[in-house]
Design a binder for this molecule. Structure first.
Ligand code: PAP
Length: 321
């Protein structure tokens, strides 16, 4: 296997060697750590994040499984949190990728530096992560910061990720497994940040225990009724829309600015690249609900339904697939 620098200390190297290891379905190595599958290159950043991150009560943290609506939620949270600073028609979102405006703790900040200076970021800090709830830094759990979690129909999420992997190689010479094999691994929970059911349940249970700290959202609800969901998000993060803002139609303007069609058509998202090699346009594919029917068999969907029944029954969490 080709080597990518992992920046491990000798102790981290022996810890990594002691862990169960597999290849993700696009060929990059993952290890099972703290109950979930983590890409090798995030091992050191994760440990640094857990060791060094200092949460603030005013922080807004977006959490998600990859391909669940992260790009969309980053755009919405950025615009909601900064709406007094930038009028909609001058939003930095018009010329920057939402991944640049809202960076990931493990994939950006702690990937670039063991102890990045996050104190100088404008408040409220809007941050993001794909890590499961149990892997969050204790400072984050102990603070009063707001966590917004977005989930998506796992079948659509899986298909979205498969397309993303076919378009972008995250590891040198990686080969994406055939669809049925990848789907089997996904259902078995062997995939980056998975098992996805545990990821969902971790945040779901946290939202039940602390509803004012964790907001659990669904991509499909956001698609169906963007305006209500945007108002719900703003209220949750402590930045509700005023009567004047509502009367002026600001919620609708934010919804339009962050819509799939608008963002996909921006020059920055048509042409730019992220992390050096990932094309910005690969974060905008179809942006719909139910595309899985074009790729997966009814038997595969049935397997997922049974899996969700087995894992989610009794939790109160319902996913309409
Ligand atoms: P990430 O976790 O790697 O950042 P993420 O943004 O969660 O990816 O997922 C990308 C999916 O969100 C794509 O779905 P698709 O493959 O089924 O099309 C992408 O099209 C969709 N997406 C991106 N931006 C938006 C948006 N503004 N509205 C709706 N869907 C969007």
């Amino acid at each position: 296997m080709d080597k990518v620098p992992l920046n491990l200390s000798p102790e981290e190297e022996s810890l990594l060697e002691s862990l169960e290891q597999q290849n993700n379905w696009d060929g990059y190595p993952i290890c099972k750590f703290q109950g979930f599958w983590l890409p090798f290159w995030l091992f050191h950043p994760l440990l640094c994040f857990q060791r060094n991150f200092k949460a603030r009560d005013t922080d807004i943290m977006l959490s998600s499984m990859p391909k669940s609506g992260t790009t969309w939620m980053k755009a919405l949270l950025f615009v909601i949190a900064n709406r007094n600073q930038f009028p909609i028609d001058q939003s930095p979102l018009l010329v920057n990728s939402s991944h640049k405006l809202v960076k990931s703790l493990e994939c950006d900040y702690y990937m670039e530096h063991d102890n990045p200076d996050l104190e100088t970021l404008p408040q409220p800090r809007v941050l993001s992560t794909h890590l499961p709830h149990q892997a969050l830094a204790s400072s984050l759990i102990d603070s009063k910061c707001k966590i917004v979690y977005i989930c998506r129909n796992p079948l659509d999420q899986f298909i979205s990720e498969q397309h993303f992997f076919l378009k972008n190689r995250l590891w040198p010479n990686a080969t994406v497994c055939p669809l049925d094999e990848s789907f089997g691994m996904y259902c078995d929970g062997v995939h980056a940040f998975g098992p996805f059911c545990d990821h969902l349940l971790g945040y779901w249970n946290a939202s039940l225990e602390n509803p004012d700290r964790v907001l659990f959202l669904k991509y499909e609800d956001l698609k169906r009724d963007s305006l209500s969901e945007i108002k719900k998000i703003a209220e949750f993060v402590g930045l509700p829309f005023s009567e004047e803002e509502e009367k002026a139609g600001l919620v609708g303007e934010i919804s339009k600015l962050c819509s799939f069609d608008k963002l996909k058509d921006l020059e920055v998202n048509k042409k730019g690249v992220h992390y050096g090699t990932i094309t910005n346009n690969s974060f905008y594919r179809k942006g719909g609900v139910g595309d899985w029917v074009n790729h997966l068999t009814p038997e595969m969907a049935d397997r997922m339904k049974k899996l969700l029944e087995a894992k989610l029954t009794g939790s109160g969490l319902m996913l309409d697939i």
